[in-house]
Design a protein around this ligand. Structure first.
Ligand code: FES
Length: 126
């Protein structure tokens, strides 16, 4: 019975994502400040970060330097008052607001809007 309820809930969430263009990533309580997680949204791997209690960012999870899906494991920090993530492999840094490369090498990364609703973190489509 519990499995049926879970399946129905998943179907509602999938339908909601299709109708609204928003994908549920995780429960808000499961994403602690300064950490990131990875989700699939709109056919892309998205890294979602909690910058503070009420500040979130979403960027592509693939680091453009090597193509490795690792940015969600990067170190969250600050660059002149702007939130950034530093790739765990070779330490290139990316602005989490507009996605530009702070290390001066390589391209910009894609960003997505994030919202909090019903105790969960959601990523929107662009
Ligand atoms: S893979 Fe990210 S900096 Fe090299």
């Amino acid at each position: 019975m519990e499995t049926m309820e879970m399946l129905e809930l998943e179907m509602v969430q999938e339908n909601d994502a299709v109708e609204t263009g928003w994908t549920r990533v995780c429960d808000l309580r499961d994403l602690s400040t300064g950490s990131g997680t990875c989700a699939r949204a709109g056919g892309a791997q998205v890294a979602v970060f909690r910058i503070s209690d009420d500040e979130f960012r979403a960027v592509q999870n693939i680091c453009p330097h090597s193509g490795a899906p690792v940015l969600h494991q990067g170190l969250v920090g600050d660059h002149n008052g702007v939130a950034k993530v530093t790739c765990p492999l070779h330490k290139r840094s990316y602005d989490l607001t507009d996605g530009h490369n702070l290390s001066g090498e390589g391209g910009k990364i894609r960003t997505w809007p994030v919202r909090i609703q019903d105790g969960a973190v959601w990523v929107g489509s662009r």
